[in-house]
Design a protein around this ligand. Sequence first.
Ligand SMILES: Cc1ncc(COP(=O)(O)O)c(C=O)c1O
Length: 461
Amino acid sequence: MLQNEVNIQSIDDVFADELLDRKINNNLFPTNESNPSAAYQLVSDELILDGNSRQNLATFCQTWVDENIHKIMDECIDKNMIDKDEYPQTAEIEDRCVRMLADLWNSPDPENTMGCSTTGSSEAAMLGGMAMKWRWREKRRKEGKSTDKPNLICGPVQVCWHKFAKYWDIELREIPMEGDRLLMTPEEVLARADENTIGVVPTLGVTFTCQYEPVKAIADALDQLEAETGLDIPMHVDGASGAFIAPFVEPELEWDFRIPRVKSINASGHKYGLAPLGVGWVVFREASDLPEDLIFRVNYLGGDMPTFALNFSRPGGQIVAQYYNFLRLGKEGYKRIHEACYNSAQYLSDEVAKMGLFDIIYDGRGGIPAMSFSLKKDVEAGFNLFDLSDAIRARGWQIAAYSMPSNREDLVIMRILIRHGVSHDMVDLLVKDLKRTIEKFQNFPIVNSVDEASASTFNHG
Ligand SMILES: Cc1ncc(COP(=O)(O)O)c(C=O)c1O
């Protein structure tokens, strides 16, 4: 190598590298190798356009984790959680998490019940749903009855339940919203229940409004139905967010395995479980609530390991980080963190109410730490909520505006989630930005509003 070349390479700036100094065709598989620093710089810079995840108030998922979680994720980056033989301690940690959650959710037999980690609540919901279908089908077969028309009853659910129903060929009896009723009620459930109902799924923290559905009241109604007709319909609770909040903040609220009819629960570790993205949980009330037929047995350390999952290979770090959180925080720590979020959500709701333009749909009380609102019908605001969502992004805030599912497609709301890492000070900054943006709209009303129909697809995890 010529002396000159050495000098050029050692002083060369990464932005003068050929990967960064000219147009590249990023649709074709690259032919040549690149300088790793240049490739890293290019990728890292593209990510800037994603915006700042800490200001993403549309997501339920974690966007802040402590330094120790970064270390754990790094230590586990090479561990596949499915290799239980090779990484027996990661397998043991997953098991401990299942037992701890069974205890937290008041299983009558937390040490022996079944459950597992998943990629998130969607996979966990599928597993809970499959167990319901299998149990129902087994019972019907034993009774010599047809098994070709299973149905599932739910309120306004997250898309994972639509997928479950479609993939497993089940009729979804989703209770539509009606007027001010945005949740399921015992009456609406009973009106749809029959001998082909594999189960009822209330949500603890409905995706659209963040409110809790009345799990206990629905269980009581199903008890009554059983007493009158003999129909014994089980429940699965979608606790994607709420199952990691209610036990700490409202331990007296009965929504979990204290209710015998609740046979399984799903939750997202990566939402209010405070773990990094990529972990969910499904736990069964008792081992017998998971049909044996769904369990695969693998040889493991000379023993027999039951497994139940849709995925195979998956990273182990999220599971280990979840365990770290359980040890580090305990019930006390989770309570403190979530209560701080409730305070901020309620404060935000009060401030938005004072702005005078909005109806508060959910004020951060009786559900998860969040708030939602719609534009008052009778005001000349000069903007719609899609315009507001668009404009507030100029300050980095990502806030979802969307229309409700059936039958309230006419109701457009904005939903703001407050989670670990969204401090009271950040909320205050948001309030100031909202006020400034609204003032601007009032001085310069929007002539062509963002089209509600095209902006209304709802997809926030
Ligand atoms: C109530 C509910 N269930 C299920 C899910 C899906 O969860 P995940 O994103 O963990 O798969 C969500 C996500 O927002 C949700 O809010």
